[in-house]
Design a protein around this ligand. Structure first.
Ligand code: FMN
Length: 356
């Protein structure tokens, strides 16, 4: 699979390879039998995988991370491939192009991706069209952000606009306050700047009949003090959880040559170089909140062993992006299989017997 990816991304460029996969999955979305076959071949269903988290019943704890289905076009086929939930976005209120291409680069020697997409989004209206359509049985998260041109003092309005308009169609929201590869200067890191974004969302939610969990997606490049600050915000306010982490702008120990990195240019790195750091961040959040809040662990989960370590560090659910790109269509199913340990299956069987 890695060789195939290497060849495809060399021939077409990593972003065109991604666009091609999105196109194929969009075609699959239109053909019910196709989704049926994907589910039959790739998805793994087992009671032992189910999780109840923030009031939602997840068929399994493996999710697709934000950025893969940016506009809510392919969450049905992704679900058919065995993902227990899909986080669409980042969605911005108005459409925006992001940075000039090329802006996504495969780093196969490191099992990594370097990107500086800069929140390319078709905008709220386009996403609304997609998520309005029936999607019963699929847990859909939405990652929300601000338009690049919106000045920081008006950022809260952008987040609220996307949140309010998508509220009834989405199961949980992820407020993206992690690194934005377009404009580095806007990364809210203080309590005041984060609360300015969150307060209007909490206020809007208070007036609704249905409850939608709100999570904060954080960067792996925060200092320990900043991670503690985000955790304390979660503990002190109606925030429901944390998603840790986004990609890193300070990857450690890359094997990719300096020449390749220089040609690619700046950006955020995801995949294997991120594994240890994202696990470390999750562990820090978990310990600070005494394990009382759900954490979605994401970053460099390339094997079942990585997922187990992430869960041992305190993640309730996990997500993957780069691991899926490198390991192929069956990745979610493979991770699920790795979680069905004999002990988990035994526990499930005994609770079934008790019910009878
Ligand atoms: C090409 C690309 C685009 C991404 N776009 C977004 C995005 O729009 N919003 C976001 O919150 N995270 C985005 N991410 C970050 C992923 O959701 C994830 O947090 C990160 O890649 C670490 O997970 P991974 O190592 O499994 O890829 C993107 C990642 C990649 C590789």
């Amino acid at each position: 699979m890695r060789r195939v990816l290497h060849i495809i991304s060399r021939l077409f460029g990593a972003e065109r390879a991604h666009s091609l996969s999105v196109l194929l999955l969009r075609i699959a979305d239109k053909i019910p039998t196709c989704k049926w076959f994907l589910r039959k071949f790739y998805a793994v269903e087992d009671k032992a995988l189910e999780r109840e988290v923030f009031g939602l019943r997840f068929p399994n704890p493996i999710g697709m991370a934000a950025g893969y289905d940016r506009n809510g076009e392919i969450f049905r086929p992704l679900s058919a491939l065995g993902f227990g939930f899909v986080e669409i976005g980042t969605v911005t209120p108005r459409p925006q192009q992001g940075n000039p291409k090329p802006r996504v680069f495969a780093l196969p020697e490191d099992c990594a991706i370097l990107n500086r997409i800069g929140l390319a989004s078709k905008g709220l209206e386009a996403v609304l069209e997609n998520v309005r359509k029936e999607h019963k049985g699929i847990i859909l998260g939405c990652n929300i952000g601000k338009n690049t041109v919106t000045p920081p003092e008006e950022a809260a309005m952008d987040y609220l606009r996307v949140f309010r308009n998508l509220y009834q169609y989405i199961d949980y929201f992820a407020v993206n306050v992690s690194y934005n590869t377009t404009h580095k200067q806007y990364v809210p890191r203080t309590r005041e700047s984060i609360m300015k974004i969150l307060e209007p969302l909490f206020d809007f939610r208070r007036g609704q009949n249905q409850y939608r969990p709100i999570l904060l997606k954080i960067s792996p490049d925060l200092t320990n003090e900043e991670i503690d600050l985000m955790t304390d915000i979660m503990v002190d306010t109606p925030l429901d959880g944390i998603i840790a982490t986004n990609a890193t702008t300070h990857p450690q120990g890359l094997k990719t040559s300096q020449e390749v990195l220089r040609k690619a240019g700046s950006g955020a790195v995801s995949g294997s170089p991120l594994t240890e750091r994202s696990i470390e961040v999750v562990r820090r959040v978990y310990e600070r909140c005494n394990g009382t809040y759900p954490i979605i662990g994401v970053g460099g989960l390339m094997t079942g062993e990585d997922v187990k370590r992430m869960m041992e560090a305190g993640a309730t659910l996990v997500q993957t992006y780069t691991g899926f790109v490198y390991n192929g269509l069956g990745f979610a199913g493979d991770l699920c299989k790795s979680l069905i340990t004999p002990e988990a299956a035994d526990a499930e069987n005994s609770s079934e017997t008790e019910k009878e």
